[in-house]
Design a protein around this ligand. Structure first.
Ligand code: C5P
Length: 228
């Protein structure tokens, strides 16, 4: 079974602000994207990584120059305006011998070995898996005016993370089936769910956090300092 990671790095990072895309911000001496790639090296089943970057990105190649990894790095492809379009373009560039695809945020740098192992184990067993954690706050569903419509039972809710893993042929079939609705999907598994494929949760981790705001960046700095 050959596992490929689609490393999504084509977002505009508007919520983060700053002069350069968040995945290229330096933390503890290296870009966040390199922290992400180093964390992926903890899982020996990952054979290759397909980077997906924004059109005109001049930073990625500089950051990667002269670096070696335990997996093969394929030539980067250009992403699109929606995450699902970036995912679709990355999938299209993968070699045909790939069996399992893990779609991962470039801006999620602290993924543990246990999270990687569990999500692949569950995906190998059921065909698709996503790391998830229980939610501690009660979650409300509201309408456009802020009126509460529903309070889903908290025990049934999960906050999900990446890598989101599925068989390559499932992702391909789901993207084809959902091609008119790709803009509605905010994560990769929801494309599979909408197309009728079963997706299972694996063990997520509070530290498998996406760097979205300056507050997250400060958290990452503190987390790395506490580790040394
Ligand atoms: O914007 P957000 O933080 O949700 O993005 C998560 C990841 O998806 C980031 O690593 C970002 O670069 C990537 N992305 C992408 N193409 C898009 C939007 C987001 O590759 N159109």
């Amino acid at each position: 079974m050959s596992v490929a990671v689609l490393l999504l790095a084509a977002g505009s990072g508007q919520r983060f602000g700053g002069d350069i895309p968040k995945q290229y911000v330096q933390v503890a001496g290296q870009a966040i994207l390199l922290h992400t790639l180093r964390s992926l090296e903890q899982e020996p089943r990952i054979a290759m990584v397909q980077p997906v970057i924004a059109a005109g990105d001049a930073i990625f190649a500089n950051i990667m120059a002269g670096k070696n990894f335990s997996f093969q790095i394929l030539d980067a492809v250009e992403g699109g305006v929606e995450r699902s379009i970036s995912m679709q373009r990355g999938l299209a560039a993968l070699p045909a011998n790939v069996d399992m695809v893990a779609v991962h945020d470039a801006a999620r740098p602290m993924t543990s070995q246990a999270v990687l192992k569990d999500v692949l184990d569950v995906a190998f067993e059921y065909g698709a898996a996503i790391p998830a954690i229980a939610v501690h706050d009660t979650i409300k569903r509201v309408d456009g005016c802020g009126k509460v419509l529903e309070t889903p039972h908290r025990a049934c809710l999960r906050a999900v993370q990446t890598p989101q893993v599925a068989r390559l042929d499932w992702f391909q079939a789901a993207l084809a089936k959902e091609s008119d609705r790709l803009h509605l999907h905010t994560d990769d598994a929801s494309v599979l769910e909408a197309a009728g494929f079963p997706v299972y949760v694996s063990q997520g981790d509070m530290n498998n956090r996406k760097i979205t705001t300056q507050h997250d960046l400060q958290w990452m700095q503190d987390f790395l300092e506490a580790k040394v």
